[in-house]
Each structure stands twice: as structure tokens, then as C-alpha cells.
Design a protein around this ligand. Structure first.
Ligand code: PLP
Length: 396
């Protein structure tokens, strides 16, 4: 990466760590056999997949037979939701999720609604938390699945998953969590959380793109999603992405080994950014919870600012950040997450998400803050809303 670029969009994606890339390389060139082939080259690939499955299971505190590889976090989410909904539809067709899920989850539920399922969307409070009481009240005798994300990709809020899963389990309802943003940042253990299904995606924790995994607790009824060959114990067809799977396991192992140090580093940068911006820029709010958030996530709303202009001007200074979810950028609708936490449209529009990673430094935070102070001031000077506000004696 150009050394003048300050990349602070790690929630969108991360680079592949050199050690991870090295681990993957032989499976592109030397050990390229099809894992379904019975000769030795095929068996090498198969061995690599099973080794990776074991590594990932160990990180999660799961059994290797409970880990299934997929082509992305999106596929893992879709499979969990549609697969459980269909497999259990004789029991009932009521499903529960939250208003602030990633589109990989929300759009899977949209699809199921068209198929005759009923979906309840739990609201969140002003910091983005689901209230466990709301979940308890929403569960009905015909509810079969609850899907609530572990950590939000826009505002970083970490849900009380253990408590939420306990409520669902007590009532015999299957619990899925989208842990795509949590993995690599938090010490996720499936038995401690007591979740039945959990989705992850390698490119969020310094692994390759296009490979994910779904944890499925033994005994959970789930239909297949991709039909074809007998791969993944007949549950997910398609020749496996061997280098990708090897890379995901290598990246996750490194992440779990360095979790504490990585968290400390990210927290230091986030706290410095939050404190400096709140001190130097007026009319700004921090979205999400100050404490219970992903360590590298900072999400601000600047009043009287248009988020897209802010991003473009930051980009001209080499700062690569986001206005929210990478998947929705390009759309002018304000983020559904920011609206769900109660922000009015005009404030939701002026949002900026900065997500730190291992290579970011305190000097880069200073550089970001200095530029933000200048750009926000410049954009406000061009804003008719700000002019009105100033004329009215700043009472708006
Ligand atoms: N879920 C969450 C919370 C995400 O942040 C993302 C990606 O941004 C996804 C799911 C989708 O993962 P993938 O990019 O692997 O399809």
C-alpha cells in the first residue's frame, strides 16, 4: 500500500497478512489437487481442509464436525437463516431478528417473508442495544429462529449475545449470530455464548476474501443451501476453496493468539480519536456505546455536513474511511442502523466510520483529526443549514 495512504476502513476489509499469504501459496501451485480426488494430491488438499477445520473449531471451542466452509460471510448468513427456517417450518414460520442487522441477514429475511414466513424486527435503543426483554416478549410458540448480530458493522455495538441466546434456548428456539465483525476482535467461544449457529468471514481478520464459515451446533436441524456434490458432509456443495480455507484458519489462529495486544492497540487509537474529535469539533456525536463497542470502531455524526463530501475530501488527503457499511455506499439513503438508533435523516447523512487495524499509528490519528477539523469547518462554511443555524444564534 502507498505509504501516504491512511487506511482506516478495516471493517470493510483487511489486507492478507504476509504469514497468511505464505501459508496459502502452496495450495495454489504445488498442492492443487481436488480434495474429492482419491490420489495423493487430492488427499493433500483434503488434509489441509481438515486441518483448517480443526484449527477454527479449536479457536471457537467447537467440534471440527460443527464447522462448515462457505464462500463468504453473506453465504453463511443466508444458509443459517434460510436453512433453519425451511428445516423447521413444520414447527412454525415465525422468525426474529433485529433492525440493525447487515443486509446479508436482512435481505435473507426479506426473501423468507415472500415465501410466507413472518418476521419480527426487534428495535434497538439509542446506543444500538437490543433489549433482552423485547426478545423474551417476541418469542411465540411458532418461533423457530432468532438471528442477532454479535457486533454491529457500522456503530460497533456489541450485543449481550449470551443473555439473548439464553432466552431463546430456554424457549426451545434456535439462535444464530452473525459474528462477521466480532471474529478476530473478540474472544468468541460458542459454548460460552451458547449459540447454535455462528457466521464468520476471513477477509475481516486479515484472511482472504471469498471464504467464510458457518458453525452449526450438533443436532441443529438445517437444510442444505447449495446443492451439487457431496462436499462438506453433503451440506454445502462445490469444490472447496482450499487456499482460502487454509488462509482463513491461519488468520484466525494468529488473531486468537494476539487478541489482547491487538485490542489494546485498537482501543488506544479509538480513544485518542474520540477524545480529540469531541474536544476540537463542535456539534458532533459519537454513535454507539462508548464502552461496549468493537475496539477499533469509531462512528461520528457531524451536524451540517454531508457524509459523502466529507469522505471525498478525506480521500484527497489520503485518508480512506467509510460513511457506514461498504455494501451500501453508493446509495444515498441514510444508513438503516443510524435511523434505527433514532438519528434524524439530516444527522444520519453526516456520518463517518473509522475502523482501525494493526498498522495504524497514533501519528495517523493526529493526521486524521487535524484534517477533520479543517474539512468539517470548510464544509460547514458552505452549508446553508449551518449559516441559518449561526444566524439564529446557534440555538437550533
Ligand atoms: N455480516 C456483517 C456484520 C458484515 O459486516 C459483513 C461484511 O461487511 C457481512 C456479514 C458479509 O460478509 P462477506 O463480505 O464475507 O460477504
Amino acid at each position: 500500500m502507498d505509504k501516504h495512504i491512511v487506511y482506516v476502513d478495516h471493517a470493510a476489509t483487511t489486507y492478507v497478512k504476509p504469514e497468511v499469504f505464505e501459508a496459502m501459496k502452496p495450495y495454489f501451485t504445488e498442492y492443487f489437487g481436488n480434495p474429492s480426488s482419491i490420489y495423493s494430491l487430492g488427499r493433500e488438499s483434503k488434509k489441509a481442509i481438515e486441518n483448517a477445520r480443526g484449527v477454527i473449531a479449536e479457536c471457537l471451542g467447537a467440534q471440527p464436525s460443527e464447522i462448515y466452509f462457505t464462500g463468504s460471510g453473506t453465504e453463511a448468513d443466508n444458509w443459517a437463516i434460510k436453512g433453519v427456517a425451511y428445516a423447521n417450518r413444520k414447527k412454525g414460520k415465525h422468525l426474529i431478528t433485529s433492525a440493525i442487522e447487515h443486509h446479508a441477514v436482512l435481505h435473507a429475511f426479506d426473501y423468507l417473508k415472500k415465501e410466507g414466513f413472518e418476521v419480527t424486527y426487534l428495535p434497538v435503543d439509542e446506543r444500538g442495544f437490543v433489549n433482552p426483554k423485547d426478545l423474551a416478549e417476541a418469542i411465540r410458540p411458532d418461533t423457530t429462529l432468532v438471528s442477532i448480530m454479535m457486533a454491529n458493522n457500522e456503530i460497533g455495538t456489541i450485543q449481550p449475545i449470551k443473555e439473548l441466546a439464553a432466552i431463546a434456548k430456554e424457549k426451545g428456539v434456535i439462535f444464530h449470530t452473525d459474528a462477521v465483525q466480532a471474529m478476530g476482535n473478540l474472544d468468541v467461544k460458542v459454548n460460552d455464548l451458547n449459540v447454535d449457529l455462528l457466521s464468520m468471514s476471513a477477509h475481516k481478520f486479515y484472511g482472504p476474501k471469498g471464504v467464510g464459515a458457518l458453525y452449526v451446533r450438533k443436532g441443529v436441524r438445517i437444510d442444505s443451501f447449495v446443492h451439487g456434490g457431496a462436499q462438506e458432509r453433503n451440506k454445502r456443495a462445490g469444490t472447496e476453496n482450499v487456499p482460502g480455507i487454509v488462509g482463513m484458519a491461519a488468520a484466525l489462529k494468529l488473531a486468537y493468539e494476539n487478541l489482547e495486544e491487538y485490542n489494546k492497540h485498537l482501543r488506544k487509537l479509538s480513544n485518542k480519536l474520540i477524545d480529540s474529535v469531541m474536544e476540537r469539533i463542535p456539534y458532533v456525536r459519537l454513535n454507539g456505546d462508548r464502552e461496549n463497542r468493537l475496539p477499533g470502531n469509531v462512528n461520528f455524526s457531524f451536524q451540517f455536513i454531508e457524509g459523502e463530501s466529507l469522505l471525498l475530501m478525506l480521500d484527497m488527503k489520503g485518508i480512506q474511511a467509510s460513511s457506514g457499511s461498504a455494501c451500501t455506499s453508493g446509495s444515498l439513503d441514510p444508513s438503516h442502523v443510524l435511523l434505527a438508533i433514532g438519528l434524524p435523516h439530516e444527522i444520519a447523512h453526516g456520518s463517518l466510520r473509522i475502523t482501525f487495524g494493526e498498522d495504524n499509528t497514533e501519528e495517523q490519528v493526529d493526521y486524521i483529526v487535524d484534517n477533520l477539523v479543517e474539512i468539517v469547518e470548510r464544509l460547514r462554511q458552505m452549508s446553508p443549514l449551518y449559516e441559518d443555524f449561526v444566524k439564529k444564534g446557534q440555538k437550533a
